[in-house]
Ligand binder design. Structure first.
Ligand SMILES: CC(C)(COP(=O)(O)OP(=O)(O)OC[C@H]1O[C@@H](n2cnc3c(N)ncnc32)[C@H](O)[C@@H]1OP(=O)(O)O)[C@@H](O)C(=O)NCCC(=O)NCCS
Length: 180
């Protein structure tokens, strides 16, 4: 997959992205907000990227002006809904680049790709209930709020978090396109 946006490209992840990934995967402000433990050593980062390259469900977000991988976006083949074809979206980004609208641009490219190039019926996305940045990205992209899943997950550090979930069906997407 290779999606060309105004300022960013979303493309297949590559093993060589590990150096850019290592710049932010150890941050306490990134992984824990998305539910994963910060990765502090390079060998683990390499293993994680290698696994994701193999699975083909995580994509790189590349900032065109710097030719740099600044974040990732995942499209997993599962969701909390029981449909024939549902995808669950996840994302995280190097905090040096936050609040420039880059993740919103990336997610919009992926929504468009999913509903125009695949048979996906529903795209789901969720965030820990106190993750207001993620909430804002999800709202800006036009997802519809479904509700709160209380005590959704026990994290690696023992914290139990509530999560808010949202969805977009193919019909929702087509309706949104009409009014854009
Ligand atoms: C969530 C994340 C991907 C957002 O990336 P980003 O490129 O900064 O997102 P955008 O710039 O497109 O949008 C961020 C929005 O959040 C808003 N925001 C930032 N801090 C906020 C806060 N504390 N409360 C409410 N909104 C906030 C910004 O103002 C912006 O909205 P606006 O355009 O209306 O002003 C990034 O913060 C991140 O990687 N966080 C850690 C990992 C994570 O939380 N992943 C998501 C898991 S579900």
């Amino acid at each position: 997959m290779r999606l060309n946006g105004e300022r960013i490209i979303v493309r297949d992840l590559e093993l060589t992205d590990v150096d850019d990934y290592f710049l932010y995967c150890g941050s306490q402000n990134v992984g824990p907000m998305a539910g994963w433990k910060p990765i502090k050593d390079y060998e683990t980062a390499k293993r994680v990227i290698a696994g994701q390259v193999l699975q083909k469900d995580v994509f790189a977000i590349v900032l065109k002006s710097e030719s740099k991988m600044i974040g990732t976006l995942s499209l997993y083949n599962y969701g909390i809904r029981k449909y024939r074809y549902v995808k669950q979206l996840g994302f995280s980004m190097n905090e040096e680049y936050w609040n420039n609208g880059y993740m919103t641009e990336a997610v919009k490219l992926v929504i468009n790709y999913v509903f125009t190039n695949t048979d996906c019926e529903v795209l789901e996305v969720g965030h820990h209930s106190d993750n207001y940045k993620s909430k804002r990205v999800i709202e800006k992209c036009g997802f519809i709020y479904d509700g709160r899943f209380c005590k959704y997950k026990k994290l690696y550090d023992g914290r139990v978090v509530d999560a808010d979930f949202y969805s977009m069906t193919k019909d929702d997407f087509e309706r949104m396109k009409k009014y854009e």
